[in-house]
Every structure is written in C-alpha cells, then in structure tokens.
Design a protein. Structure first.
Length: 151
C-alpha cells in the first residue's frame, strides 16, 4: 500500500489463538488443528475524522474486533458437529461465512468488521478509507485483503 504524503495511516497489530478444520481438504488440514494467528490492520485516508478526545479510531476497538476470535473454533454453517450444543459449548464456536474456515474467509470477516466500525463511529462523512488486513496463519502462510470504502 503506497502512502501519499498527504495521507494519514493507522496500523494495529493483534494476535489470537483458534482452532479450525478444512472439511474436504485432501490432507492433514481436514482434521481439527490450531494456530496463533497474527493480524495487521492498516487503515489510511486523507485525514481521519476525530472524536471528542481528538482521536481517530481507538486502536483497542480494532484489536477487540480481532481478539474476539481468541480461543474459539472457527467453523462454517455446514459444520454440524461443532454447531451442536450437546456436543460443543457454543460460546467457543465462531461461524464464519464461506464454504470453509480458511484464512481468506477469516481475513474477510476482520475487514468487514473494521468497515462496520467506521460506519458506526463516523457515519455518512463521505470519507474514502483504504483498508488492508494482513492475516498470518503460520510463519509461512499469509493472506492479505485490501479494499477502498467510502463511509
């Protein structure tokens, strides 16, 4: 992401521990396994709006969006085993959209939650934000999603 000198940028890093499985995957990932995921959320715009404390977006609010996933098993709506409350405590289950609980779908979830935060905090301001979520599943496996959104 290139940063124009007239732009402001906010970067938040957070990590969380989860389990997931990739049903239908032809290998070890079809079994339940865990990761320490590392997220880096980068948000930039020409000039951030400020709240009554003269802050733009509270770093802690973004970290909380990410850390919400901590110590959960990430599944899709089709994973009936983990969605059965008789089998698994539902407080520890998070359902992500998509066909599988992949790093791509988890990164998209985080990206959408940051957009929702902006819409709630500074609605209808007509500000264009560039957002990038870098999600590291393992030391060697990283997925990055980026989007521009006007709120």
């Amino acid at each position: 992401m290139h940063l124009d000198p007239a732009m402001e940028k906010l970067i938040v890093k957070a990590h969380f521990h989860t389990a997931h499985r990739q049903p239908g995957y032809p290998g070890h990932c079809q079994h339940v396994h865990g990761h320490t995921w590392r997220a880096k959320v980068t948000l930039s715009c020409e000039e951030f709006p400020r709240d009554e404390l003269d802050m733009s977006v509270d770093f802690g609010e973004i970290k909380q969006l990410v850390r919400f996933l901590d110590h959960k098993i990430i599944v899709t709506k089709d994973d009936k085993t983990f969605l059965d409350p008789k089998v698994f405590d539902q407080e520890g289950v998070f359902v992500v959209e998509g066909r599988g609980p992949s790093v791509e779908n988890v990164a998209r979830y985080i990206c959408n939650k940051v957009v929702d935060l902006l819409k709630t905090k500074y609605p209808a301001r007509g500000i264009t934000y560039d957002l990038e979520v870098k999600l590291q599943e393992t030391d060697n496996n990283i997925f990055i999603i980026g989007k521009s959104v006007t709120v």
